[in-house]
Design a protein around this ligand. Structure first.
Ligand SMILES: [Zn+2]
Length: 113
């Protein structure tokens, strides 16, 4: 199932992309990319009230996508301005910026004989 252009909204992180805002099984808002993707790990469908829902396909006992569901990628996977630092499967976890250490001062004697 593909959302109509009027159902898309701008990325909440402000990267300028249009995203589809879905509600997860846990009641959290999850923006996904506007277009379905065969490698997506979210099964997205529209429920009886017209609301877009998503459920993760990566869980151990997740059902495979059903015929009314399309697979989408979470927008945070591609968003260049993601604000929520979240581990993305396949990518190393974001590391805190290393603190610069104070340079070690060594007293050297220059060219002594
Ligand atoms: Zn974005």
């Amino acid at each position: 199932m593909i959302p109509s252009p009027t159902e898309l909204e701008p990325c909440p992180a402000g990267c300028g992309a249009l995203v589809l805002m879905t509600m997860t099984e846990h009641g959290r808002r999850m923006p996904v990319d506007a277009e379905p993707h065969p490698d997506g790990n979210q099964a997205v469908y529209r429920d009886g009230t017209g609301r877009w829902r998503s459920r993760s396909l990566s869980g151990r006992d997740a059902r495979p996508p059903e015929h009314l569901e399309s697979t989408y990628k979470p927008h945070v996977a591609a968003c260049p301005r993601r604000v929520v630092q979240q581990a993305i499967p396949g990518l190393p976890a974001p590391r805190p910026r290393p603190r610069r250490r104070a340079p070690v001062r060594r007293y050297t004697t220059w060219k002594t004989r």
